[in-house]
Design a protein. Structure first.
Length: 216
């Protein structure tokens, strides 16, 4: 016996079900919002959300709304990356791999990170690019500022206080003083860089925006 063809209404119903099933299993598209422009580069809500999820650029994982302070932080990152490219600061592949592995460990392993990227329809290359840029950002502080700071021994002695101290203790103090001075120098440089750059922030000063996604 031949199977009877489905009525026309039945065909339409089956087709609709197939479409709905496809939609339900397909990764949801990220609804993005432009937050700022720094010279020729832009900052979107997804940029901030991904930086939070990965814990790069000084961001921490968070589901809180995106506010002006988050945008300002990202603006500073773009200014640093622009200057880093001018003076030839680059990230070594081994350093990028190590940073990627560290993030994967934090979120439960490589498989968990890969699954989260797929679930959020986030391109793996985009995530790796942010990690690479974070490595460059860290190297920039050393190459542009820390390399030219040499604390004198009197400053080291003041930090250590009275008593005898071995060389390892003195070296730790030197490193802390160098980093402190480098951060202060970078903050001053950033203040000047902001004045020179063309920066347009599109989020009102007291405004906020829900992140398009949160981290794993």
């Amino acid at each position: 016996m031949k199977a009877r063809p489905l009525p026309r209404t039945g065909c339409v119903t089956v087709a609709l079900l197939l479409v709905l099933l496809h939609v339900s299993f397909a990764p949801a598209e990220i609804l993005d919002t432009l937050l700022a422009q720094v010279d020729s580069r832009t900052i979107s809500a997804s940029d901030v959300a991904l930086a939070r999820a990965l814990g790069v650029f000084g961001f921490a994982p968070s589901s809180a709304p995106i506010v002006r302070a988050d945008i300002d932080r990202y603006v500073d990152v773009l200014l640093i990356l622009s200057e880093a490219s001018k003076i030839g600061v680059e990230a070594e592949p081994a350093a990028i791999d190590a940073a990627w592995t560290g993030i994967a460990v934090r979120v439960g392993g490589e498989a968990a990170l890969t699954q989260w990227l797929e679930d959020k329809a986030i391109d793996r290359d985009w995530a790796r690019r942010l990690i690479e840029e974070d490595v460059v950002r860290s190297k920039f502080l050393d190459a542009r500022f820390a390399a030219f700071i040499f604390p004198d021994e009197e400053a080291v002695n003041r930090e250590l206080g009275p008593g005898s101290h071995d060389e390892s203790a003195r070296e730790r103090v030197r490193e802390r003083l160098v980093r402190q001075a480098a951060v202060e120098a970078q903050d001053k440089w950033l203040a000047d860089a902001r004045r020179r750059a063309s920066i347009k922030v599109l989020l009102p000063g007291a405004g906020s925006l829900a992140p398009p996604f949160i981290g794993p």
